[in-house]
Design a binder for this molecule. Sequence first.
Ligand code: 3PG
Length: 223
Amino acid sequence: MVELVIMRHGQSLANQQHLFTGWSDVALTATGLTQAHEAGSRIAATGLTFQQVHTSMLKRAIMTANIVLDEIGQNDLPMIKTWRLNERHYGALRGQNKDVVKQRVGAAQLHEWRRSFTTVPPLLAKPDVARRYAQIGVTEPRGESLKMAYDRLMPYWQDHIAPGLRAGHNQLVVAHGSTLRALIKYLERISDDAIDQVEVPNGKPIWYQIDSDFEIVAKRVLD
Ligand SMILES: O=C(O)[C@H](O)COP(=O)(O)O
């Protein structure tokens, strides 16, 4: 048996203010910091330890991962930061207030932009060019559907997370609502239609036990 724990970062400043975030790099709130500590102590209480931690290139996830590692006494763990685990890029919705957008376009359109698998949000006219992505040769998206995020996440799963698990090494993934919905879709074989019902709250670790046939045999939310 091998263990995989996945969790969303603690509450960010943008979450607190109901702003579409995506690739915007925002810090955790005081509540988010507390959620990260609590999540870490719940993982610590299970006695689980990990051989690797994977996170995004965004500080709300990196900060959460570091707090969790401190709580579980594994600050020394190798941490891989990849753009492939970044939140789905929300395109031109970025920075807009979700409640205000709902008033403007209606609940159904808002839900589709936020939860559909294939709908692409309104795109930016041209991509941002931040040094951290440019220097690794990554062109920033102008906006992504969940499917687009799924498709750029999967090579990382196949090349980095799955091989670790197959080698019997427990893995911790600290990422974002959409990239974790993509991962849950894959792991739990959820249909394109049904994925719109899956929500991933801030700071609640999901613990999967995976057997030697690479099947999930148990799932527990640590809350
Ligand atoms: O990017 C964002 O705005 C949030 O992290 C997740 O947004 P969602 O709840 O609309 O998926």
